[in-house]
Design a protein around this ligand. Structure first.
Ligand SMILES: Nc1ncnc2c1ncn2[C@@H]1O[C@H](COP(=O)(O)OP(=O)(O)OP(=O)(O)O)[C@@H](O)[C@H]1O
Ligand SMILES: [Mg+2]
Length: 359
């Protein structure tokens, strides 16, 4: 899995029991080398010779995915032949379900060739073809892993973008992308401190939340739109932030902007939880943003009736959840079972997701 944050690649080796329950056997992570990261970021907007450049970036990416796969096998002392499939999400560079497409750069053929393992890729397109958002796709996995009959529970993933899954007591599941989680904080941190992210949220915590700026940020219509909805860097990017900052004329040190961006994530996620899972007694948080202590404190502050805790407490470390979800989706594909939830994505119905490149 490599998500919108563009931080790097997370992999897990997962073992499934005959009932479909999952155990993570090993985890590996590779940060993106700077040139690959810059190229993937650049490919998020149109530019010269982009077909050729995306093909080259796809192969470089598949090379990095292969390294992660090999490391997972070595760590677990497992041979490639013992693995049924690799689920490979690819790197989203455009997400435009309203126009009928979502585009992940990937080279699954190369990954299959180099790893000697079947690869399942392009998970989102089938849901989009069926009229859905193609995202979030993790909701069914959250239900399978964290759902308890008769209990309402919320799961929040804090990647580049935040997404909520509301597991309702009556068995219904809703979910959607709430808005930016780390993507804006990361770019502001890089610009003003040279750090790719604000470790533990310490820099943001040193600033003051600016209410006027907050209200300008919250004017974004995406936040008030009803689900199904999904988003990405197509909307929440450097231009979006510059546009909002232009409407905010107070002199303001950069750490106050960071504090306000962190609060934007906390507030938009809180609104999502309160609108769709207000009776939940527990909010399980995963993704890299779960390591932002300041953000976790702000979430707990805004949700006093809920226990705000990491998925680690329910048996799956926060940084493993997204990668495990795509292992699970690959498992679903190999068993010919649907991986989407149409109540979440808005697709016409359940669909088997992805395409398989045999070993
Ligand atoms: N110690 C930390 N303190 C604060 N933030 C952190 C820390 N560690 C990671 N992060 C944040 O988490 C981000 C990476 O999270 P993650 O990998 O879950 O996101 P992603 O790649 O966008 O994934 P996805 O799209 O699958 O949700 C980093 O870019 C950074 O903002
Ligand atoms: Mg990541």
């Amino acid at each position: 899995m490599s998500g919108t944050s563009l931080d790097g690649v997370d992999g897990v080796l997962a073992e499934f029991s005959s009932s479909g329950s999952l155990k993570v056997v090993s985890h590996a992570y590779r940060a993106f080398p700077e040139p690959l990261r810059n190229e993937l970021l650049a490919l998020n907007t149109s530019g010269p010779d982009e077909l050729h450049r995306s093909a080259l970036a796809a192969s470089t990416l598949a090379g990095l995915y292969t390294e992660v796969v090999v490391e997972l096998l070595v760590r677990a002392n497992v041979k490639a032949g013992a693995v049924r499939a690799v689920g490979s999400h690819g790197q989203t560079v455009r997400h435009r379900p309203g126009l009928g497409y979502t585009w992940q750069i990937n080279n699954p053929a190369m990954l299959a060739e180099r790893s000697g393992i079947a690869v399942v890729a392009d998970f989102r397109s089938r849901d989009v073809a069926a009229g859905g958002q193609g995202a979030p796709l993790v909701a069914a996995f959250h239900r399978a892993l964290f759902g308890t009959p008769g209990e309402t529970r919320a799961v929040l993933n804090l990647g580049g973008i935040s997404n909520l899954t509301a597991l309702l007591a009556d068995g219904q599941t809703t979910g959607f992308d709430c808005g930016p989680a780390n993507v804006l904080m990361d770019l502001w941190s890089l610009r003003h401190t040279g750090q790719r992210f604000d470790a533990d949220g310490a820099w943001g915590a040193s600033g003051v939340i600016r209410p006027k700026l907050m209200s300008v940020l919250l004017e974004e219509p995406y936040f008030a739109a009803a689900p199904p909805k999904s988003t990405g860097r197509d909307l929440f990017n450097a231009d979006w932030l510059s546009g909002r900052l232009q409407h905010f004329d107070e002199a303001c040190p950069p750490e106050d902007v960071q504090a306000t961006l962190c609060e934007l994530t906390a507030i938009t996620c809180t609104q999502a939880v309160m609108t769709h899972a207000a009776s939940a007694h527990e909010l399980l948080v995963c993704g890299g943003g779960a390591l932002n202590k300041h953000l976790m404190q702000r979430l707990a502050h805004h949700l006093p009736t809920m226990a705000v805790r990491l998925t680690d407490d329910r048996g799956l470390p926060a940084q493993h959840v997204e990668a495990a979800a795509f292992a699970w989706l690959a498992y679903k594909h190999m068993h010919g079972e649907p991986g989407n939830l149409s109540s979440v994505t808005g697709a016409e119905g359940p669909r088997v997701l992805g395409a398989c490149y045999p070993a």
